[in-house]
Write a protein that binds this ligand. Structure first.
Ligand code: GDP
Ligand code: IMO
Ligand code: MG
Length: 438
């Protein structure tokens, strides 16, 4: 029963890794259920600062099972790099289990990610070029290779031969790129298979058993609700199936909706986005630059964890927040990076848009309309105090509390965690997310 989903409620990078790292101590399983190496989750704890792309943020608790489930697409090379990086830094990875049903990112996925972006030209999506979306596209078109196939050398060889011929035709004849070499891929992937073999298991059965036993399960989302293929800012979204919204968690781990006890949405106290696509509250001015660079000293400036690209920054978008709260059936909010807002004279929240002369509180489906949306703001008095040492609500300046209350009112969801810094302990906890610990 007690499975809790933690999802990104904006365009990704809300601080999901940080929030999962905090709550992981209260559960027995942490499962990453979607996306691929396009995700980048940052964790800062006693052991240092870590950027994880595939391995769940719960890996720092050696007594918890950490699963990469069948909803994730896995780049074996990147996985091995991540495992070795953790081992080198004395993090125990013996509790990691990788689904035999997960799909594999192949070299052609990365090549096609690059070539397809080039072909899109000025309409490029700004993908991470990690091959993640092309791997999901092949999964859906039933041309994927799964971990179980990778581990069986005969099957892998057969599938590789068959698929590579088609992919090389596509790469050379359609995109005008260079063909990929069969023997190199075969050798590289066979070698990688041997390295990941000890970690492979049936994650679905593990989660279902834990669910039957009433164990606390934490489902770690990746990306963000507004990057979701159905509900996001299409086509400036990612192609992950299962989706990055809470509903995707059931599909991604193999449990039914009734097993989900709670959905926690992670919001930043403002808005960021990497890559292209509409962002009504984006600030292309000194205030946007200030939001991006506030964290330079503690290493939390707004640059992508996966690609290093500067994140586009803007004020909190209440129209989109209300939308993603409802979309996910959100019952709890973790609000991150409140400390980043210290030192602004005024802070704003967008509460409606003007589109084509009309006022609306609902995000339009049309990309053109969203691109032309002019935000209407409520203006709040800022604060100068450093809030990074706040551990209870009363430690925060009154202006910060007013701001937080307004986000709760707009979303109709209580804020149960306020993060005031990147480190594990830098948080105000108003309510624990697992019932038994309340
Ligand atoms: P994720 O993809 O949602 O896990 O988020 P990322 O790790 O990509 O990006 C979040 C960034 O914000 C990372 O640099 C975190 O260390 C940082 N971070 C998370 N919470 C806080 C916070 O409350 N304050 C500050 N200053 N940084 C935070
Ligand atoms: P985490 O889990 C931020 C964005 C890319 C691009 C679009 C499509 O760290 O929050 P893709 O490579 O997925 O085909 O790119 O989606 N994107 C993310 N942005 N955080 C992420 O993950 C993202 N995953 C994908 O920047 O705009
Ligand atoms: Mg990230």
């Amino acid at each position: 029963m007690p499975a809790v989903v933690i999802i990104g409620a904006q365009w990704g990078d809300e601080g999901k890794g940080r929030v999962v790292d905090y709550h992981a101590k209260n559960c027995s399983i942490i499962a990453r259920y979607s996306a691929g190496t396009n995700a980048g989750h940052t964790i800062v704890n006693d052991q240092g600062k870590f950027s994880l792309h595939l391995i769940p943020a719960g890996i720092f608790y050696s007594d918890k099972k950490c699963l990469i489930t069948h909803g994730v697409v896995i780049d074996p090379d990147e996985l091995i790099i991540e495992i070795n990086m953790l081992k080198d830094r004395s993090v125990d990875v013996s509790n990691l289990i990788i689904s035999n049903r997960a799909h594999v990112i192949m070299p052609w996925h990365k090549v096609i990610d690059e070539l397809e972006e080039l072909k899109r030209g000025k309409n490029a999506i700004g993908t991470t070029k990690t091959g993640t979306s092309p791997a999901f596209i092949d999964k859906v078109s039933r041309n994927g290779i799964r971990i179980a196939d990778l581990l069986d050398k005969t099957i892998f060889e057969k599938k590789l031969k068959l698929l590579l011929e088609d992919k090389n035709n596509l790469i050379t004849k359609y995109y005008g790129g260079k063909p990929l070499e069969y023997t190199k891929i075969l050798n590289d992937y066979n070698k990688a298979a041997d390295q990941i073999r000890p970690f492979v298991g049936d994650t679905m059965a593990i989660v279902q058993k834990a669910d039957d036993n009433g164990e606390a399960i934490l489902l770690e989302g990746a990306q963000g609700s507004l990057l979701d293929i159905d509900s996001g800012t299409y086509p400036y979204v990612t192609s992950a199936v299962p989706s990055s919204i809470a509903a995707g968690a059931c599909i991604g781990v193999g449990i039914g909706p009734k097993s989900i006890q709670k959905v926690v949405g992670v919001f930043k106290a403002y808005q960021t986005r990497v890559g292209e696509g509409p962002m009504p509250t984006e600030l292309k001015d000194a205030i946007g630059d200030k939001l991006r660079n506030q964290g330079i000293e503690d290493g939390t400036a707004e640059y992508g964890t996966t690609t290093g690209r500067p994140r586009r920054c803007g004020w909190f978008d209440g129209v989109l927040a209300k939308y993603t709260a409802r979309l996910n059936g959100m019952e709890s909010i973790a609000l991150t990076r409140l400390d980043t807002l210290s030192g602004f004279k005024e802070i704003k929240i967008c509460t409606s848009y003007n589109i084509n002369g009309f006022k609306t509180k609902v995000p339009p489906a049309s990309l053109e309309e969203l691109n032309s949306a002019v935000p209407n703001y409520e203006v709040f008095q800022g604060w100068d105090e450093d809030v990074s040492n706040a551990r209870k609500l009363s430690d925060l300046p009154k202006q910060a509390r007013t701001f937080i209350n307004r986000i709760e009112a707009i979303t109709s969801v209580p804020i149960d965690m306020i993060s005031v810094g990147p480190k594990r302990e830098q948080a105000i906890i108003l309510k624990q997310i697992f019932e038994e610990n309340e």
